[in-house]
Design a binder for this molecule. Structure first.
Ligand code: IPE
Ligand code: IPE
Ligand code: MG
Length: 241
């Protein structure tokens, strides 16, 4: 079994996923409104993203807003939309000076038009970056993603351009928002919840999961390093022996 000690270089996952959870509890602990937790979470997102790019992660997928998060009170949704807008405007100003390509995963047509424009602009401006792909999951749900893929395939079958027998696992993967990308090797979930919450359902069939007790705004690069050491010591078998 491979074992990586504290001194050795950990294995860097090619594709890392992060469920950025715990913003609300972080704020509550401090007697602040939940929106303050989201602001702190967004600041941490920038820090961790830069760090991931610097250590050689090739694909980073962050879960920013789920298809189920619309259930939250309207003031929290409004605060989140403002934070997304602020973050993307800032990103267009300076973050894109970095070698990071941004892609949004999710059904974006439900967002206000000005946000949709920002999504499109951010993807466009970063399209030729080669350092790391940053997937931001926005109005993302694994079930919605699979439903979307099934519809695309059904349309092709209806048109007569695809036979049911030609539907393979690879073809399904190619119709997901992550088409062309490797599956995640590791997903981190700060905030201590032991659940997947509709994140990358298809893609994470053999993904390693690490749940950490830190709330997302408190999650540091050291926490990430320690997760990478744990990941490096996992024995991935993919169903083999
Ligand atoms: C994650 O933090 C951010 C979003 C889901 C948008 P939460 O808001 O879920 O924080 P907790 O889980 O309530 O602490
Ligand atoms: C998952 O967190 C979604 C994001 C972090 C964006 P949630 O807080 O929505 O998940 P549950 O409700 O605890 O499962
Ligand atoms: Mg949560």
């Amino acid at each position: 079994m491979n074992h990586v000690s504290d001194q050795e270089q950990p294995i860097i996952p090619r594709h890392l996923g992060i469920i950025m959870d715990g913003n609300g509890r972080w704020a509550k602990k401090r007697g602040l409104p939940r929106s303050a937790g989201h602001t702190a979470g967004a600041a941490n997102f920038k820090k961790i993203t830069r760090y991931c790019a610097s250590i050689g992660v090739k694909y980073l997928t962050v879960y920013a807003f789920s298809t189920e998060n619309w259930k939250r009170p309207s003031d929290e949704i409004e605060a989140l939309m403002k934070i997304f807008q602020q973050y993307l405007e800032e990103a267009l100003r300076d973050f894109l000076g970095e070698n990071i390509r941004v892609k949004f995963l999710g059904e974006l047509s439900v967002f206000p038009q000005h946000l949709q424009n920002l999504f499109a602009r951010t993807e466009e401006v970063s399209a030729d970056k080669t350092g790391m792909v940053l997937n931001i999951a926005m109005n993302y749900g694994g079930r919605a993603e699979l439903t979307h893929a099934v519809r695309l395939l059904a349309e092709q079958v209806q048109k007569g351009t695809l036979l049911p027998d030609q539907i393979t696992e690879d073809l399904i993967s190619q119709h997901l928002y992550t088409a062309g990308q490797p599956d995640p090797d590791l997903v981190l979930r700060p905030s201590g919840e032991y659940r997947i919450s509709n994140f990358l359902l298809w893609q994470s069939a053999y993904t390693e999961y690490i749940i950490m007790d830190k709330l997302w705004p408190d999650f540091t690069t050291r926490d990430l390093d320690s997760a990478l050491r744990e990941f490096s010591n996992r024995n991935r078998r993919f169903g083999g022996i």
